[in-house]
Design a protein around this ligand. Structure first.
Ligand code: URA
Length: 434
């Protein structure tokens, strides 16, 4: 091994509650990325971190080493302040797809590298690939050229970007070490920092369908990510947003593209629209336009109302080889209504359960190499607070076969909780950390 560290000694020190130096953490991560430290030692290290945590200094050293494990993107040739947006992962979260054209239509360059679905949460790349012809694999020159020409691009992360995270994430996924705040923060922020944007809005999901189940833990994650961004010279605003029910109505790749386009047409669901406008306002305020959040939001509203954002969406999709017409999106052959089992107000919709039904219909991957069925998913017609009657439609199941739809129906019914009282309104944005 090229490194001078002794992994077993570092694991032991972390296990016993000690602190590692920045050099020790850096060497450990870089040696792991070079395949000089085996998975079993790194897994033991992650488990020690699970129980003992990392100090802010250790988290920064880990993030910095992850960034150094691969290439970084230089967006400075664009000569502008470039913005990016990231979500920690939710159910029905198509926000970036609707938001990016709004921001770009307001004249702010938006450059995002995105990931694929993970477990019950969907991924932006999988959703974009529901669009016939859409290419997520642009090289760096094409990525920059497109941002310069039309104002935005969303592409897949290249293999050269943060390879340490790629290995580490796959390891954490199978060793019960995903849900650890410093490891999530460094995983996300290393990719955002390497992605090159100057200012980032982070949407930290809170609730049943998210990694962070409580407002306190989401706040802790948000603050950890913000600190890592600021240390790397980036401006970061975090929004803590509700994930106790799916976002919008659609869950499933092509269904979510349709809903993003509906939103750009001014016909989208209220919670998604609110998230798009709020985050656009923050991104415009962080940009070089010199406006505040309220003015940024006003301009975003204008870009939607004038049709400029929809037009930009169409240019973007064409630029990446896709057909922007919603009529060409894949549609499932079987669509079945889910009848309400009684009268009452929807008290809640278990987001994780809906995400899992969509996953098992084929909208996500159970195994790493599974093919995705872009057409299938769930549309939650009734949302929290809505009044339903026995037999009226709670949701639609979009399935590949009658059998798949049959299996999904009772699972969707079970995800809905009905009750006699109308629940209190809950805003989609719970808190902003700026
Ligand atoms: N998303 C990531 O990219 N990394 C994590 O660790 C969790 C969510």
């Amino acid at each position: 091994m090229g490194a001078t560290i002794r992994p077993a000694e570092l694991i032991q020190r972390k296990r016993d509650g000690g602190e590692l130096s920045a050099d020790e953490i850096g060497e450990l991560v870089l040696a792991y990325a070079r395949d000089e430290v085996p998975d079993y030692q790194m897994a033991a290290f992650c488990m020690a971190v699970y129980f003992q945590g990392l100090t802010p200094g250790e988290t920064h050293a880990l993030t910095d080493a992850m960034v150094r494990s691969g290439e970084t993107v230089d967006l400075s040739p664009l000569g502008r302040k470039v913005v990016d947006k990231h979500s920690t992962g939710g159910v029905g979260d198509k926000t970036s797809i609707a938001l990016a054209p709004v921001v770009a239509a307001c004249g702010v360059p938006f450059a995002k590298m995105s990931g694929r679905g993970l477990g019950h949460t969907g991924g932006t790349l999988d959703k974009l690939e529901a669009i016939p012809g859409f290419n997520v694999e642009l090289d760096m020159d094409a990525f920059l050229r497109q941002v310069a020409e039309i104002g935005m691009a969303i592409i897949g992360q290249t293999a050269e970007l943060v390879p340490a995270d790629k290995r580490l994430y796959a390891l954490r996924d199978v060793t019960a070490t995903v849900d650890i705040i410093p490891l999530i923060a460094s995983s996300i922020m290393s990719k955002k920092i390497a992605g090159g944007a100057d200012a980032i809005v982070l949407d930290v999901k809170v609730g049943d369908g998210a990694f962070m189940k409580t407002l306190e833990s989401a706040r802790e994650l948000a603050e950890a990510m913000r600190e890592l961004g600021v240390r790397a010279g980036r401006e970061v605003v975090c929004e803590l947003t509700d994930m106790n029910q799916p976002l919008g109505r659609a869950v499933g790749n092509a269904l979510e593209i349709r809903e993003a386009v509906d939103t750009l047409r001014g016909e989208g669901p209220q919670d998604l629209l609110e998230l798009v406008l709020g985050a656009s306002g923050h991104l415009l305020a962080l940009s070089d336009l010199r406006v505040d959040q309220a003015e940024g939001r006003r301009r975003a509203e204008e870009a939607l109302a004038s049709g400029a954002a929809l037009e930009l969406y169409e240019r973007w999709v064409r630029a990446q080889g896709g057909d922007p017409a919603v009529e060409v999106l894949p549609a499932a052959p079987v669509v079945r209504a889910v009848p309400a089992p009684g009268d009452g107000f929807v008290q809640g919709i278990a987001a994780t359960a809906i995400g899992e039904v969509a996953l098992h219909l084929g909208a996500g991957r159970v195994r790493k190499d599974d093919e995705i069925d872009h057409a299938v998913g769930i549309v939650c017609l009734a949302k929290r607070g809505d009044l339903v009657e026995t037999g009226s439609s709670l949701a639609e199941v979009h399935a590949r076969s009658d059998e798949a739809a049959e299996r999904a129906l009772p699972e969707v019914t079970e995800a809905y909780r009905l009750g006699p009282e109308q629940p209190e309104r809950r805003p989609i944005v719970l808190e902003v950390i700026a």
